[in-house]
Structure formats: C-alpha cells, structure tokens
Design a protein around this ligand. Structure first.
Ligand code: APR
Length: 327
C-alpha cells in the first residue's frame, strides 16, 4: 500500500495550505520532471553523486560523437540503464502524478526521464510528453534509414550485452548461485564490443541500432514539441508549473519554466537540493518543497488525488513476500 495517510507531514503546514489552495483553483497545470523523480526507485541521477558510470561522466556518453567513437561502450551503458530501469519500480511520486493527470484533464507532464517509470505507473499517454525519448525505443543510427521500434523491452537486446554474472557458490547449481556484477563499477571488467556484437537495423540491414533517446546536440522530437506548443498557446494563462527532481540545467527542457512563468504560472519546486532552482531563481509567490519527491508529491497533491490506492507493483511485492515466506 502506498498510502501517505499515517505518515507525518513532510512539508511545512503553511506552504502546504497555500499550495493546495492554488492547486484547487488551477486548471492549466504543467509539470517538468527530471531524474530525481526516479531516485527513490533506485535509479541514479545525472549530476552529482551517481553521475559517473565507470570512469565516464554519464552526460559524456550521451552524445552522437561518443556513439560513433565507441558504439560498444555506449551500448553497454544504455543496455545497463535499460536493465536497471526494468528492475526498478515506479514510486509513489509517479503514481501521484498519474492520478493527477486522471483527475485534471488539462494537466500536462513534460518528462526528461527516459526510464519508462511514468508509463508503467499508468500515466495517461496523451498527457505525458517524453522530451528526451525512451530507453525502450530503438532506432537506426544510419542517417538515411528511418527505422524506429517502440517499446522494445528485450533485455539484453543482443546476447553480447548481457550483464556479466559471478558464480557465488560453485557447489550450487541453482540460478540463485550466480550474481549480476555491477558494471557501473570501473573495477568490474567488461568486454570490448565491436560492430559484429551490436544490434543491427532489421530494415536497412546495415546501420547499427541505437537507443531512441535524445543525445546532447540533437533536436527534441518534433511532434512532442508541437504538442507542447499547442497546449501552451491554447490559452493566455498557465496557473502552475511543478518542477520536480530536476536540476533544470538542460535546455530546451528547462526553458519551459520561464515560458510558464511568462504566462502567469506560479512555480512549485520539489527537490532534495535547496540550491537546484531554475536559472531565473525563486519568486516570492513560488514554493520550494525540499525533500524526496516520492514523499512530497503524494502529500501536496492529496487534496485532488486523495490517498493513493494500492499499486500493481506494491501488490506484486506483497504477493512475492507471501510466496517467499511460505516456500
Ligand atoms: N527527490 C527530489 N529530487 C531529487 C531526489 C529525490 N529523491 N534525488 C535527487 N533529486 C534532485 C537533485 O537534487 C537534482 O536537482 O534531482 C535532480 C537531478 O538532476 P540531474 O541529475 O541534473 O537530472 P535531470 O535534471 O533530469 O537532467 C536533465 O540531463 O543528462 C541529461 O538527458 C539527461 O534528461 C537528463 C537531463
């Protein structure tokens, strides 16, 4: 059960009241999501602690240049991220936002996250705009080929990208005996992979497939940007933008905060780090809710979404616990 009812409040009462009062009156609401939303699901963020993958700055691997220089390494990084995202579960913040989208039809969520956790929390598709694509889309890297496959959850996508395992107990033959190695750790050796090991395009049969995410230096998906623009232009006013678990340093995504402010939106920031405010700073009408989004969102949205009901993942956890306990 992901209920916040018996928990002590995690936000100051006065801020909670003024925010909820405004939320009640708001119809045109935006949310800008970042990696901090999925932090309590166990997925690392990009900047600060956890931003290194082996010896590489995670953002340095997210470029077309890195892929052409070493597609094997970049695929190992993304295959690892696909694997970790599939093992992770949506947390109460994902469910709270999905619920808000069901309650307020004019609420639009702009997510920088590629981990698939908002879709898995059943966030309505039409009100979720994936600014940076998805780890589970794959497309051809050949300039002249337009192959795109959505929702590819094959893990590993090719055998060579399987996470290496260690035999924990050589006397045991059960599957439990092998343990996945953490290839984010530079001390764990990984093989050098070349063209022949990597996924190829089934359409042109020539190009390598690549993750369907937006890399630094690339354009955001045109249709996604058009949909957002249409929503913004539709009326003169925006009531509220929630800036959740993002350092708001990457553009054009971060620019939506100022776009919303220019249309009158009040800004609510939900972040662990008090210093992570958008470039335009804080206004006296803004809110800063400091702490874990997974704790804060169910509470501050509760006047609209009510208590979160039991979630499918939580139910699966409970079932597993029963099975394990009785086996
Ligand atoms: N709850 C709320 N906020 C959190 C939590 C948490 N549990 N844990 C971390 N944060 C905050 C951090 O304080 C930080 O401000 O989440 C933010 C994460 O920031 P980044 O790592 O910069 O991630 P993000 O803003 O999503 O990055 C934007 O950059 O590398 C690219 O394409 C990538 O989409 C990504 C983009």
């Amino acid at each position: 059960m992901t209920s916040s009812s018996n928990r002590p409040s995690v936000v100051p009462q006065q801020d909670l009241e003024s925010f909820q009062d405004h939320l009640n009156k708001s119809t045109r609401i935006l949310a800008l999501l970042g990696a901090g939303l999925s932090a309590s699901s166990g997925l690392p963020t990009f900047r600060g602690a956890g931003g290194l993958w082996r010896t590489h700055d995670a953002t340095q691997l997210a470029t077309p240049g890195a892929f052409s220089a070493d597609p094997g390494l970049v695929w190992q990084f993304y295959s690892y991220r696909r694997h970790m995202a599939l093992k992770a579960k949506p947390n109460p913040a994902h469910y709270a936002l999905a619920e808000l989208a069901k309650k307020k039809e004019t609420f639009l969520t702009l997510s920088q996250n590629v981990d698939g956790l908002s879709p898995r929390a059943n966030h309505p598709e039409e009100s979720l705009k994936l600014l940076h694509g998805s780890l589970f889309d794959v497309k051809c890297s050949d300039f002249f080929c337009n192959y795109l496959e959505k929702n590819n959850y094959t893990d590993p996508i090719v055998p060579a990208l399987a996470i290496p395992t260690s035999e924990e107990d050589p006397t045991t033959t059960s599957a439990l005996a092998s343990r996945e190695l953490d290839i984010a750790d530079e001390n764990v050796p990984i093989p050098e992979l070349s063209y022949k090991h990597l996924p190829k395009c089934p359409k042109c049969k020539r190009g390598l497939l690549r993750p369907g995410v937006v890399w630094f230096g690339e354009m955001l998906p045109e249709k996604v940007l058009d949909d957002i623009e249409e929503w913004i232009q539709k009326e003169n006013k925006i009531d509220l933008i929630m800036v959740i678990g993002t350092s708001a340093k990457v553009y054009p995504a971060a620019g939506f905060v100022d776009r919303a402010r220019a249309k009158g939106a009040r800004v609510a920031i939900i972040n662990m780090d008090k210093n992570d405010v958008p470039a335009s700073g804080l206004d006296k009408r803004d809110w800063f809710f400091q702490g874990d989004a997974a704790r804060i969102l169910p509470e501050i949205l509760s006047n609209v979404i009510g208590e979160l009901k039991e979630t499918p993942d939580a139910a699966a956890d409970a079932d597993n616990a029963v099975t394990e306990a009785s086996s």
